[in-house]
Design a protein around this ligand. Structure first.
Ligand code: TRP
Length: 379
């Protein structure tokens, strides 16, 4: 039995529902997505998991980050970095090569993403922050896990279907994307994976891969829990509030970029689509106003009910202006800090290198266990 990396507590793990007792659950607007218990987990692995979460998440180095990314993911990383022990955040450049890309551009976007996360408050002292391709264990683990990954499951991934429809060359890397993602998480025996709702199918698959590995080779890997953001998780396009804010699928005018100048932010919020009513309150038929209420609540650290009270009787024009100012105030410190950090690529490299070293120290013994279990190396 390979030793789990972390010691358990004294309680009988059979008495606890895996996941429910994870410290800090829900306090940051995340909720654990617990559809199932984990009967296959050994008591040791369960107690390792409940003592403190090992949080792992990956972020793509592609595209420009927008307010939806910021609220839905980046902010959550920053708030979650002290909850995980450790919290591990990885810029997933290996995933980025699964679609057409330019190498020089990839490097630029990598630095952009690193700088934005640091500007948002990710602290490399309080979390493990690194570049995926620096830690070769991810690549090795991908191949090893592919032995317990079903081709049929990969074929069913909706992201694969969606993305392959847009590619001239449908690469094998695109097909393998979910295996690499499973490797990212399972190589650390992470217990929690904070991701957007669009990643649900991928997390379910990695859980299946971990279970299948454990069945086939003995208890080795932790079946991670998905954690999806609660309030403010879905920031919608300002022009088409029925769809998510997105730099690829959304409208230009409806997408606020994190690094955008205040004047541009004001303009976009000023022309946000509302409805023919006049009440600042949330309702299914008031998608635009509901979205603005959510945005305002997050930007001011308030909650949607309080926002509705604050703007009772106010007109849409005044409300939109208030939202604009709130977003400007919210993003200004990030933009300023980014401008300081981004030019110093050597400093960014130093941070990523130190993070990679720590990541490797965590992943290497787990990948060694996996290798041994699978019959590699001397007996
Ligand atoms: N696929 C994720 C996304 O597009 C990014 C990702 C890669 C990830 N590896 C991960 C997220 C591991 C969580 C855990 O958002």
């Amino acid at each position: 039995m390979p030793r789990p990396r972390r010691g358990g507590d004294d309680e009988d793990p059979k008495d606890s529902t895996f996941g429910e007792r994870l410290p800090g659950g829900g306090s940051l607007g995340w909720r654990l997505d617990r559809e199932e218990r984990h009967p296959s987990l050994s008591p040791e692995l369960v107690s390792a998991a409940v003592s403190a979460p090992i949080v792992f998440s990956g972020i793509q180095p592609t595209g420009r980050k927008h307010l939806g990314n910021y609220i839905g993911a980046i902010r959550q990383y920053v708030e979650g970095q002290d909850r995980g022990d450790p919290a591990i955040f990885c810029i997933v450049d290996l995933h980025a090569i699964s679609v057409a890309y330019d190498p020089a551009e990839l490097r630029e976007r990598l630095y952009d993403t690193a700088a934005i996360l640091l500007a948002a408050g990710l602290d490399p002292e309080r979390c493990i922050f690194f570049r995926q391709s620096d830690v070769r264990e991810h690549s090795e683990m991908t191949w090893l896990l592919s032995a317990v990954t079903s081709h049929g499951d990969l074929n069913r991934m909706t992201q694969f279907k969606d993305k392959s429809a847009k590619q001239e060359l449908v690469s094998a890397a695109l097909f393998f994307y979910p295996v690499l993602m499973a490797a990212d998480v399972l190589a650390y025996r992470a217990t929690e994976v904070p991701v957007g709702d669009d990643q649900r199918q991928h997390v379910e698959l990695m859980r299946e891969i971990a279970r299948r590995f454990n069945e086939r080779f003995g208890e080795t890997l932790v079946v991670p829990e998905m954690r999806i953001p609660g309030v403010g998780a879905r920031i919608m396009d300002l022009q088409e509030p029925e769809r998510k804010m997105s730099t690829t699928g959304g409208t230009e005018a409806g997408t606020v970029l994190v690094l955008e100048e205040p004047q541009a932010i004001r303009k976009k919020l000023g022309s946000a689509v509302t409805d023919s009513g006049r009440e600042v309150r949330r309702a299914p038929e008031k998608a635009g106003i509901t979205n603005l209420i959510d945005i305002y609540a997050v930007a001011r650290g308030s909650d949607p009910e309080a926002v509705e009270r604050e703007f009772e009787g106010a007109g849409y024009g005044d409300f939109k202006q208030a939202v604009a100012e709130a977003v400007v105030d919210y993003l200004a410190p990030v933009r300023e800090r980014y401008a300081e950090l981004r030019p110093d690529e050597a400093a960014l490299e130093a941070i990523l290198a130190a993070g990679a070293e720590r990541a490797r120290a965590s992943a290497a013994p787990i990948v060694a266990d996996v290798r041994e279990r699978m019959g590699f190396g001397p007996a």
